[in-house]
Design a protein around this ligand. Sequence first.
Ligand code: ADP
Ligand code: MG
Length: 358
Amino acid sequence: MIKIEHLVKNYGANCAVDDISFEIKKGEIVGFLGPNGAGKSTTMNILTGYLSSTSGIVEVAGLNVLDYPLEAKKHIGYLPEQPPLYLDMTVEEYLIFTYNLKGCTLNRTKHLEEICDVVKIRDVYKRLIRNLSKGYRQRVGIAQALIGNPEIIIFDEPTVGLDPKQIIEVRNLLRNLGRDHTVILSTHILQEVQAVCDRIIIINKGKIVADELTENITRAVESNRRFQLKICGPQKEVLNMLRQKPGIVHAELTSARDGDAYTYNIESDVGVDIRKSLFYTLAEKGWPLIGMEALGMSLEEVFVAIVDQAADRSARYERGAQKPPRRARVEHELAKTITEKKKSEESEYSALFDDDDE
Ligand code: ADP
Ligand code: MG
């Protein structure tokens, strides 16, 4: 449905998109994820024909966007980062304007009514866009994207500036649209693509650093290796025991307390399920375990790990090293990042601990 090959976009000397390639099949819901300045909007603008590329091929529904801009655009509903709203129009005027602009041939009244129901803007239909809240403006932006019933929906940072309830509404809407559309959601929020998308393409500094099924990213996140423990007992001794216990590679005291229990974060060795033996050890010592919660890895950590290691990885492959399986690669990188982060924090924690004792 969408094919991008060796796409490059330079702004003067600055390379915003640096030789990226990917394909998106009909019916996929794909997240285009990257930090600010990664090149997401530039790519989306090229894909939708709003911006020219420096080089590379972009095809939409088999049509080259450069050669057939109008025909290609008919297949796409686009919500740009800054929705192109005319503040002095009412919602109704604006949607009719867009309808005419797109040369839509569907029954106008019926089509616009349906769209207003989908994005829930009937109650502001006669109002000036200028007077609408950010949330409603965003919905009007989504409405204009849906006019003409395009097969492909592309939303660039659709939830920025919305409140939590509105964010959930937009995500639900995207998921629903994903049932019978091809959807690209561009965002810097990992949870957002996790909540909505089947597949995640991660872009950083104009390059693609990962292209994974969402479940693979999620699996890496939910590893059973990090736990938060609440243990009643002398904190120094408990911490020493945790640090010396075989199978635990890292243990630290956190500042949280729960009654007379202190809270510890631990990380077990790869392939070790530490939970049962930990329970017995604590029972033997007479230190009640009153809480054990899997921490997994924060989504931000996963994101940072993948992005940070990308440069490393490409340098290694350029030297001709053999590529390990992708799954192993991601897990190795995640593990490494956690360990390094912990080490740097460890000294801070022990300082805190020494002061606190007794
Ligand atoms: P994202 O949407 O991922 O935040 P953008 O595609 O907007 O990233 O920007 C990618 C890079 O290109 C950034 O370094 C940005 O500063 C630069 N850039 C974007 N638009 C322009 C422009 N019109 N002129 C010059 N540089 C630009
Ligand atoms: Mg952007």
